[in-house]
Write a protein that binds this ligand. Structure first.
Ligand code: MGD
Ligand code: MGD
Ligand code: MO
Length: 724
């Protein structure tokens, strides 16, 4: 019945052949130089590069490389969009471009504009572009303006743009975290008083058990796989919690290790497939099993935590039957996990979108924190919490204040630095901003990178909302469908340098709270691109003049870094980084002793109610393929999962026979927001009751529920129906 014939384990030769092929396209030597340049890697936040040189991680290990960093690198080097492209392609044909087609056009090298009533984008001079942008911002009131950032930009650009927005008078400053790890930041802050990882990269080498919940690092954080393979080799355990059996998490071919490359390294020692959204019940069940055998860490709980009683009595109040039903995991498995945890000396808990993309995303992460606290696995070397963050600098963008609320002390420090009161009302989060645009309440949107449109649920709705905005200003390296579907009445797209082309050094923060310095370089393609910071300073100057803030002075990244060292807690060292070149771990965030920056100095446990899902629908997970980086699609196939193209739905054999659909059959998928026709059914090792499709295309289908605390859409448990 079931055919897994198209599935290949992760990494290894396919990745190597791909690399060779790409290297030939841009020239192996040119690519090697780019990869070795002293710039932080452009893809995920696992982090490598910086002053130690490209392909080197923060523990100074070489070679560290993954296919994704190559893809991103090559894509930036592959040539530019011809000048007559926008003359030959009207808006209608641009709207028809798929994410891959938009990406494959190449680099945008000149500013373009679409004015009201225009049928075509037209190249414009920088002077016109800056004038139109500045006038649009001046005309919009601060309350009706919004500033968005993705996580690819530098700390310097993000700090400048949020500063400009606040001096202009608005807190409508939001980043892609609201669609990503915001639930992790909130839950970690509630539990430990600090919203980021509690451990460093070296801690991973000291653990004997790693929990991987709702994350697919084989594709999305490939360099973690080397460490997991090593952990298994030294006798450690890896427990995977994922409704999909990801082949790369079962076995992974580590490219830099010859034996592993040939035979593959085993990763998961135990692979658990819960229902999508079943994690809270599974974590509670594991605590219940620990309690039954009196295996919770009483000493740690008494000395270093609060809230245990409530959490334990909640666990005791749920029957095994209930926990099994909601989680989709049987009692014996939860007991086995509890046993492994009890035996482990040092456990690290890692997770990503499988936990955060739910209506109860904050609860999912809180429940995992409870498990860590109950077993005393936080606040010492080799044990703790590790959210696998997304974009290469998404954590930095948030740290430097690109968020609607400023951290304690940052606001006062900004007021001192800029000698101006900062706005005090609450700013909009990302989803609320799109809603506000739909109600005609946003006149100007300034987007520092990203594809805000494509990242939204319910794309038809997102188009309607965003097209009501008077002027939308995008700073981008390349085209994506969001530029066209998410256009304003006037739309400007301003071309920028990638970080390894910037004339000045920039900095980035990894998911281990490690701040790197990227030295910049020369443009990969000839054109009139500018640095993000330069564009921001010029617009700020035109809108606000040079008082009280002298924006021209802030064109110097060194000056910006001085400000960062004064304003952002834990960032003192960045003030001297230009002289010392010394990269650093942000102070106050790594917990190697069980003392936490909470009110009581203890770790806080919180009860987490069980979620409710409709009984009779399939739950859709929208995930990433091997060959994409978010809304940017590099390859149509997903070689790791053996999915031949992007218009597929992954279905279990059980659901397929219940619904009488065959492997390879074309079906219609209906969701709450729309339907997609001609979708190919692919049988796979996915939990019955759960199906999966690729993001961003599947965003047409779903009208995601929003987590009331993190404001994050439930991208991983949307109801869908399969129609033959
Ligand atoms: N190659 C590549 N790397 C990337 C990215 C990329 O697009 N491509 N994107 C970057 C970004 S911004 C981010 S945020 C990260 C994303 O990294 P991930 O979070 O790993 O990515 P996803 O593909 O969204 O989903 C992760 C996994 O969660 C599982 N899952 C879904 N629902 C549930 C659930 O309810 N419970 C559990 N336990 N598991 C579930 C899915 O089966 C999938 O394996 O990766 C970053 N790195
Ligand atoms: N259904 C569903 N929806 C999701 C998700 C999901 O799993 N399922 N995941 C969510 C997540 S985790 C995230 S993070 C968001 C992603 O949201 P975003 O971060 O907004 O989207 P990206 O696709 O990463 O943005 C890619 C674009 O960034 C621009 N870019 C690339 N490099 C640079 C640079 O150096 N500077 C500038 N200025 N621009 C650059 C290019 O134009 C490129 O097309 O999507 C979210 N949406
Ligand atoms: Mo993300």
């Amino acid at each position: 019945m079931s055919t897994y014939r198209r599935t290949k384990p992760g990494g290894g030769w396919p990745a190597i052949f791909y690399t060779l092929d790409k290297a030939l396209k841009v020239g192996p030597w040119r690519l090697w130089q780019r990869m070795r340049a002293r710039n932080a890697c452009k893809t995920c936040a696992m982090g490598m590069g910086g002053q130690l040189g490209g392909m080197v991680n923060e523990a100074n290990r070489f070679p560290e490389v993954c296919k994704k960093s190559l893809q991103a690198q090559v894509a930036d080097m592959l040539g530019a969009i011809p000048v007559d492209f926008f003359e030959k392609n009207n808006l209608q044909s641009l709207l028809a471009l798929s994410p891959k087609q938009a990406e494959d056009r190449g680099r945008l090298i000149y500013p373009i504009m679409l004015a009201p009533g225009d049928t075509h984008f037209k190249p414009v001079s920088w002077d016109t572009a800056i004038t139109v942008a500045s006038e649009a911002i001046k005309t919009a009131t601060p309350e009706r303006s919004a500033f968005y950032s993705s996580g690819r930009s530098s700390n310097e650009a993000a700090f400048l743009l949020q500063s400009f927005a606040r001096v202009f008078g608005t807190n409508n400053v939001m980043n892609c975290s609201f669609y990503c790890h915001q639930a992790s930041a909130l839950a970690l802050k509630m539990a430990f008083g600090s919203g980021t990882a509690t451990i460093t990269l070296e801690d991973v080498d000291k653990a004997d058990l790693v929990f991987l919940c709702g994350t697919n690092p084989a594709s999305n954080h490939p360099r973690l796989m080397t460490q997991l393979a090593e952990l298994r080799k030294r006798g450690g355990q890896v427990i995977v919690v994922n409704p999909v059996r990801e082949s790369g998490l079962e076995k992974f071919h580590v490219p830099s290790k010859p034996l592993s490359l040939l035979f593959g390294s085993e990763i998961a020692s135990l692979y658990i497939q819960p229902l999508a959204g079943g994690d809270v019940a599974f974590f509670i069940g594991t605590i219940k099993a620990l309690l039954e055998k009196n295996q919770v860490n009483r000493e740690f709980i008494e000395q270093h935590s609060t809230g245990a009683e409530e959490v334990f009595s909640q666990a005791e109040s749920h029957s095994w039957d209930e926990l099994t039903k909601v989680s989709g995991v049987d009692h014996a498995t939860m007991a086995a996990v509890a046993e492994s945890l009890a035996r482990s000396k040092s456990t690290i808990f890692t997770w990503a979108m499988g936990l955060t993309h739910h209506e109860n995303g904050v609860d999912n992460v809180l429940a995992l924190c409870n498990l860590a606290i109950a077993t005393g696995n936080v606040g010492r070397p080799g044990a703790g919490m590790l959210p696998l963050r997304g974009h290469s600098n998404v954590q930095g963008v948030g740290s430097v204040g690109f968020a609607p609320t400023l951290q304690d002390g940052v606001r006062a420090a900004l007021e001192r630095a800029y000698q101006k009161p900062m706005p005090s009302e609450n700013g909009l989060d990302t989803y609320s901003m799109i809603e506000a645009a739909g109600k005609g309440r946003i006149e100007m949107l300034f987007a520092l990178g990203g594809n805000l449109w494509g990242s939204n649920p319910n794309l038809a709705w997102a188009s309607d909302c965003m097209q009501k905005i008077n002027t939308t200003i995008y700073l981008s390296t390349k085209l994506n469908p969001g530029h066209f579907h998410g256009r304003g009445q006037t739309t400007l797209i301003l071309p920028v340098f990638a970080r390894d082309e910037e004339p000045q050094a920039t900095s980035q923060e990894s998911m281990f709270n490690f701040v790197r310095l990227s030295e910049g370089g020369t443009p990969s393609v000839a054109g009139s691109m500018r640095a993000e910071s330069e564009i921001i300073c010029e617009i700020a100057n035109r809108v606000l003049g040079d008082k009280p803030v002298d924006w021209s002075r802030l064109r110097s990244h060194k000056e910006v870094r001085k400000l960062l060292s004064e304003v952002i807690p834990g960032w003192q060292e960045i003030g001297q980084i230009d002289e010392t070149q010394k990269e650093f771990t942000i102070s106050g965030r790594i917990f190697h002793t069980p003392v936490f920056p909470t009110d009581t100095g203890r770790a806080n446990m919180h009860p987490t109610p069980l979620p409710k899902f409709p009984a009779d629908t399939l739950r859709l997970i929208t995930f990433r393929s091997e060959g994409q980086f978010n809304t940017v699609v590099y390859e149509e196939r997903d070689i790791y999962r053996g999915i031949p193209h992007r218009n597929c739905i992954l279905v279990s054999g059980e659901d397929a026979s219940r619904l009488a659909v065959r492997d390879g059959q074309r079906v219609t998928i209906r969701g709450e927001a729309g339907k997609l026709d001609n979708i190919e059914v692919v049988f796979g090792k996915i939990k019955p009751g759960v199906v999966a499709m690729f993001y961003p295309e599947s965003n047409q289908l779903i009208k995601a529920k929003i987590d009331p605390r993190s404001k994050t859409p439930a991208f991983k448990s949307a109801p869908v129906w399969i129609e033959r």
